[in-house]
Design a protein around this ligand. Sequence first.
Ligand code: NAD
Ligand code: TYD
Length: 366
Amino acid sequence: MIFVTGGAGFIGSNFVLDWLAQCGEPVVTIDSLTYAGNLENLASLSGDARHLFVKGDIADTALIASLLATHQPRAVLNFAAESHVDRSIHGPEDFIQTNIVGTFRLLEAVRSYWGGLPADAKAAFRFLHVSTDEVYGSLAKDEPAFLETHRYEPNSPYSASKAASDHLVRAYHHTYGLPVLTTNCSNNYGPYHFPEKLIPLMIVNALAGKPLPVYGDGLQIRDWLYVKDHCSAIRRVLEAGTPGEVYNIGGWNEKPNLDIVHTVCALLDEMRPRPDGNPYAAQISYVKDRPGHDRRYAIDASKIERELGWKPAETFETGIRKTVAWYLAHPDWVAHVQSGAYKVWTARQYEHIPHDPATQPARATA
Ligand code: NAD
Ligand code: TYD
């Protein structure tokens, strides 16, 4: 079995759902359920004996150690993080705590568990750390895309905290021999994306008749990957990646933010036209830029293609169409996230959870 931390968030929940659908190996999901953790994402696994959800913090070494001893996973995949750049600008503390201290404590617990495994299990064990292209900093217009060897130049508290976590993971390999894998991926989009991030925010604001806030001139470039392609890349790296190696993951889809917003508007015009017949693009509103806003990210994903044979299945055009369709088909999920009702739902789910999940993990509550 495997452990997935942060599995109630956007990418983690997509990963858990795809993992169980595709290979069926049992999963223990560990998530502290911050504002970004939403058990509704995993609701389809309710009653599935292959899935166990535990509410817990990656910084809680005793809990993690107990879960490792009980379940004996062959791999730990670390998705847990504070992930929103704007929040990191307003309040960096949580980012330092989870992304740096949390990753450190998780590594310590895993190192201790791994050190006690029999030789064959020890050799087969993997710690996979899910990271971001933002650690590499910002590219000028004509610079080549980020390679794995690109210098680390993080510019926001979020990217700096992720960079620190990447360094810790690297150090645990070099110092202790822990078999780690690190993936640095570009911007994801797709189902279950919390509507504080660009693409889901534009969809839900457009449908609600609200302004579509574009920061600065809207010409900042991001490199977009459909979330299920990120999940397939992680599965491939876990399966065939070389311990100690870093793999960049991306879809060769560099686009200025304004293009993204116009594409979302055009798809909504087609799939759910505004009642007054006006285009959704009329709702675009230019707002003050984000402080220290990185101008351009771009991933060179040739290493993972060359060495592991991975390529994305979706183009941006197919992925964004699926994404808009998903949001239109899931108004309840959107309404619960926007109203905060998913937190009430979570509280209800937890009525019967024992106080010490280390000794009695919550059984398949999601
Ligand atoms: P998210 O914010 O949607 O989810 C993060 C999850 O981690 C939430 O469920 C949250 O409750 C949980 N969590 C937070 N602190 C925790 C803690 N201390 N202990 C246990 N759980 C905790 O984030 P996401 O977009 O799904 O990103 C997942 C990972 O992928 C992150 O590490 C992020 O840096 C990385 N990443 C994200 C993107 C992207 O475009 N979203 C791109 C590349 C890499
Ligand atoms: P975001 O989804 O926050 O991801 P990241 O900052 O990690 O790349 O933002 C993507 C891009 O969209 C980024 O350049 C900031 C911009 N943006 C807006 O223009 N308006 C918005 O309301 C948001 C949330 C983001």
